[in-house]
Design a protein. Structure first.
Length: 631
C-alpha cells in the first residue's frame, strides 16, 4: 500500500487539568470531542463522553474490563501520563468504493495505574476523526488473563430512534434505544436528530470475541458492549476498536464508511496483482455442460468468474463429504461434473473458477485444500456457514483468511460473518455475506435499511438475481435489481444468482428445474457494463427505509442507482459530472406497459453537468443510469 502523504506528530506530556483526572481529544476540524475522565464521586471510575458541535452524542458512559479471578480494571484509578499523535495521510486501496482514502485523526493514549495493589497499568487509546471517534484498551501483563466482560457503555440522553437486527441475516426493525434488547448487531445506527446520525460498532476484530449490544437491565437508555464469550490472552494485548461514527445524514455515514478501514492495518500482502475483483455467475446445475455454458456466457457478458456452490463435493452438511474430490451431491444434481475440464475451459477463455466449501469440510481439510485448489487453478473460495462469535471461532476464521492469501486464493465469507475492516489488511477477502440478501427475498424497504446500516461495515454479497420470479413476486422490480447492484458494494458482485444460460441443461430433480433461463435481451447490457469497484462514490440523497440515490464513478464513466419503497418523484441533478463534458446517458426504468421479459424501458440521451433528470418512480421500483463520457 503506497502512502501519498503523512504528517506525524508525537510528544509526551503530563496531564495539566486542575485535578489531573480529565483528558479531551478533539478531531482535526474541532467538531468532535471525546472526554475521558475519572469520576471522583464514584470511586475514581473510568468514564467517557462524546460531543459533536456542542451536542451530546454519547453521555457520560462507563469504560473498563472485568477479568476472571481478578478485580476489574474500571475504578480506583489514576492517570499517569498521556501521549499524543496526529496522523494525516492518504492511501490507495487495492480496490474500494473510492480509489483513495483520507486517514486524518488526532490520537491520545491515556495511561492509567491502579491506586491500590496490585497497581496494574493499562491504557486507553482514543482517536478523534472528523467522521467520528474510536477507542481501544491496551493491557500490559506478563501473566495469562481471561476477560469475562467489558464495562464499555453508550449512554444516551433520550430514547432515540434506531434500527435493530439481532442476527447478521435477520430482518431489521425500526425501534429505539429502549427497545434494543440483547445481542443487537453492529453497526448499530441511531438517529440523534433530524440532521444527526451515528453508528456504533467495532473494528479490527481479529482474535477477540465478537461484540454486540445489550440494553442495560437497569438503565433503558444505556447500551452495553456484550462479548460472545470469554477472551483469553497469554500476555499483553489490545482489544478491537469500539467506535462512534457521526454524520449529518444517513448518506454521509455511508460515504464515510472508510472510517472502519482506517482503523485497520495497511495491507500485509506485498504482491496484490493476483487479487482481481469482478462479476460472478453461479453455476446452478453442477454439471460439465452447465459449467461450460456459464463460462461461455461469462466470456460474452464481461463476467470474470464462475462459482460452483454447495454440492459439488458431496452433501455440504455431511462430515464424510470430501472437498478434495469432485463427488456431486445426488440430492442437488445427477451430474456428471468434470470440474477440472470446466476449470481448464474457463482458463482458456479468461474466466476464473470459485469453489464453495462448507465449514464442516473447512475445519477438517483447510490446510489440504488450499494448496490443492491453487494447483487445480482455482481463483477463490467461498467459505460457507462459518462459525463466528467466540474468540476461538474468530481467530480460526481470520487465520483461514491469512492462509488463503499464502496460496493466492481470494475469498467470499458467507452467512453470519460481518466485516470489521480486515479487507484492508488482507485484501484477498473481497466480500462477505452477513446480510439479508436476495436469497431471503427482501423487498425495497428492507434493502433501503440495509444500505444505511449493514453496508456501513463494508462489502456485502447480496446474491443479486434478475429473472427469478421472486423479483416481481416479493422484492420489487427488475430495475430495482439493477439499482441494487450499484448501491450495494461488493468487489465480487454475484449476478443472475437464480438464473442460468439458455444452453444450460434442465436436469430432472436438479436445481435447473427452478432456475429460469437468461434470455439474450437488451437488459443484459446493464450488467455487461457494470463495474464492481469504484473510483468515487457520492450518496446524492437517502432516507433509511424509504429511498436512496447513489452515484459511483469508474474511470471516466458514472453509474447511478436509485431505489424507492413508496411512489415518489425523483429529480437527479448531474452536477457531479465533469464540467464542460458531454455524456451519453443510458437510462433503465420500469415500464409495466411493455411486453418484454422484464418490462424495462431503455432510453438514451446526451447530458452534461448542468442537466437535470426527472422520473416518476412507482411502488418499490428503481432507476439505473449509465453515464458514459463522450470523447
Amino acid at each position: 500500500m503506497k502512502f501519498l502523504s503523512a504528517v506525524l506528530a508525537f510528544h509526551l506530556f503530563i496531564i495539566f487539568s486542575s485535578n489531573g483526572s480529565e483528558v479531551k481529544v478533539k478531531s482535526p476540524d474541532k467538531k468532535n470531542v471525546v472526554i475521558v475522565k475519572l469520576n471522583s464521586e464514584k470511586d475514581n471510575s473510568l468514564v467517557y463522553s462524546v460531543i459533536n458541535q456542542g451536542i451530546i452524542i454519547v453521555a457520560e458512559s462507563p469504560l473498563g474490563l472485568a477479568f476472571e479471578n481478578q478485580v476489574p480494571l474500571n475504578n480506583k484509578l489514576q492517570i499517569v501520563s498521556t501521549t499524543q499523535n496526529e496522523v494525516n495521510e492518504s492511501w490507495k486501496p487495492v480496490y474500494g468504493e473510492k480509489n483513495q482514502y483520507l486517514n486524518h485523526y488526532n490520537e491520545t493514549t491515556v495511561n492509567f495505574r491502579e491506586l491500590n495493589a496490585p497497581f496494574r497499568d493499562f491504557s486507553l487509546v482514543v482517536r478523534a476523526y472528523n467522521e467520528g471517534i474510536a477507542f481501544r484498551y491496551l493491557v500490559k501483563t506478563d501473566q495469562p488473563v481471561t476477560i469475562t466482560r467489558e464495562f464499555t457503555g453508550f449512554k444516551f440522553k433520550k430514547d432515540f430512534t434506531s434500527w435493530i437486527a439481532v442476527k447478521a441475516q435477520a430482518k431489521y426493525s425500526k425501534g429505539s434505544i429502549s427497545k434494543t434488547g440483547k445481542g443487537c448487531e453492529r453497526p448499530y445506527v441511531i438517529e440523534i436528530a433530524e440532521n444527526k446520525y451515528i453508528a456504533l460498532g467495532e473494528a479490527t476484530l481479529v482474535d477477540h470475541a465478537r461484540m454486540k449490544f445489550d440494553r442495560s437491565e437497569t438503565d433503558s437508555l444505556l447500551l452495553l458492549a456484550s462479548l460472545d464469550g470469554k477472551v483469553e490472552y497469554k500476555s499483553s494485548f489490545s482489544t478491537p476498536w469500539r467506535y462512534v461514527m457521526i454524520a449529518d445524514s444517513p448518506g454521509k455515514l455511508l460515504e464515510q464508511n472508510s472510517f472502519i478501514l482506517n482503523l485497520n492495518d495497511p495491507s500485509a500482502i506485498k504482491d496484490v496483482s493476483w487479487i482481481r475483483p469482478g462479476k460472478v455467475i453461479r453455476e446452478v446445475t453442477l454439471t460439465t455442460v452447465g459449467g461450460k455454458a456459464c463460462v461461455d456466457f461469462a466470456a460474452r457478458h464481461n463476467i470474470a468468474y464462475v462459482e460452483f456452490d454447495a454440492g459439488w463435493y458431496g452433501p455440504e452438511n455431511s462430515n464424510t463429504s470430501d472437498a478434495t474430490t469432485i463427488t456431486v451431491d445426488p440430492a442437488r444434481s445427477p451430474g456428471p461434473l468434470a470440474l477440472h475440464d470446466v476449470i481448464s475451459y474457463g482458463k482458456e477463455r479468461g474466466i476464473g473458477t470459485i469453489l464453495y466449501v462448507n465449514q464442516k469440510a473447512l475445519s477438517r481439510q483447510l490446510d489440504t485444500i488450499l494448496p490443492l485448489y491453487q494447483f487445480w487453478g482455482v481463483k477463490g473460495i467461498k467459505y460457507g456457514f462459518v462459525d463466528v462469535g467466540s474468540q476461538k471461532n474468530t481467530s480460526w476464521l481470520h487465520e483461514a483468511i491469512r492462509k488463503a492469501a499464502k496460496y493466492q486464493l481470494m475469498l467470499d465469507i458467507h452467512d453470519e460473518y460481518r466485516p470489521t475492516g480486515y479487507s484492508r489488511t488482507y485484501p484477498n477477502l473481497l466480500t462477505q455475506e452477513g446480510i439479508r440478501g436476495d436469497e431471503e427475498s427482501p423487498d425495497n424497504q428492507h434493502v433501503l435499511i440495509t444500505i444505511f446500516t449493514r453496508m456501513l461495515a463494508g462489502a456485502g454479497d447480496h446474491t443479486n438475481c434478475y429473472f427469478a420470479p421472486r423479483v416481481e413476486e416479493k422484492m420489487g422490480s427488475h430495475v430495482s435489481q439493477m439499482a441494487k447492484a450499484i448501491c450495494i458494494y461488493s468487489p465480487w458482485q454475484f449476478v443472475y444468482w437464480y438464473d442460468r444460460p439458455e444452453n444450460s441443461p434442465r436436469n430432472k430433480g436438479g436445481a435447473g428445474q427452478t432456475n429460469p433461463f437468461i434470455p439474450e435481451i437488451e437488459d443484459l447490457s446493464f450488467y455487461d457494463a457494470l463495474p464492481t469497484v469504484w473510483d468515487n462514490t457520492k450518496v446524492l440523497e437517502g432516507k433509511i427505509g424509504e429511498y436512496v440515490t447513489i452515484a459511483r464513478k469508474s474511470e471516466d464513466d458514472w453509474f447511478v442507482g436509485s431505489l424507492t419503497d413508496q411512489p415518489r418523484k425523483l429529480t437527479t441533478r448531474l452536477k457531479f459530472l465533469d464540467k464542460g463534458a458531454k455524456y451519453e446517458a443510458t437510462i433503465y426504468i420500469d415500464d409495466s406497459s411493455l411486453n418484454t421479459p422484464a418490462r424495462v424501458r431503455i432510453i438514451k440521451k446526451l447530458v452534461s453537468s448542468v442537466s437535470q433528470l426527472s422520473f416518476d418512480l412507482k411502488y418499490k421500483n428503481g432507476l439505473a443510469i449509465i453515464l458514459k463520457k463522450v470523447p
